[in-house]
Design a protein around this ligand. Sequence first.
Ligand code: GRF
Length: 201
Amino acid sequence: MRARTAILISGRGSNMASLIAAAADPAFPAGIVLVISNVGSAEGLKHAAAAGIATKAIPHKAFASREAFDAALDAALGEAGVQIVCLAGFMRILSDWFVRKWEGRLLNIHPSLLPAFKGVRVHEQALQAGVRVSGCTVHFVVRELDAGPIVAQAAVPVKPDDTPDTLAARVLQAEHKLYPAALRQLAEGKVKLKNGRAVFA
Ligand code: GRF
């Protein structure tokens, strides 16, 4: 049985597309059963629908509180029998209860080599710091932002003439390979979250 996986997006959804492409292979251990966006106009929703995947827009602005929005998310995931949730450019902070409920089954991708450069304007931060290598990280989501146990990382060089955009594009290419590989590991039970740490089989 393939692990029933949902992807949460807010925008373009290129990481989502890489996960959908990987899961198009029936031998991939996870199947993408639902894509949810908190932004109704997100480009990624169109791509997912065109790929024949169930999509749902749950606009956060329609809810009075973060908890109410997260409850709607959780209900949609429950209805679809989702087992694993991948955040892919999902620009909302999730409530503690949601994170706890999905603990060990909730992944995020971040475009830096964590714990360096958390938050936003990540590539600006990297260029500002003058690092010669950057990259991307897939991690379990925990309460603290961009701080969860690391599942997988990939490094890319920073070139002397890089701008935030050129670095972002190079990192993004690495993201598109890394996220499917990390989802595979989780779906195959080769990585687990135990006592706040990623444990590898
Ligand atoms: C990616 O760089 C991801 O690491 C970050 O937001 C960006 C989303 O891009 N969290 P996309 O929507 O997957 O194209």
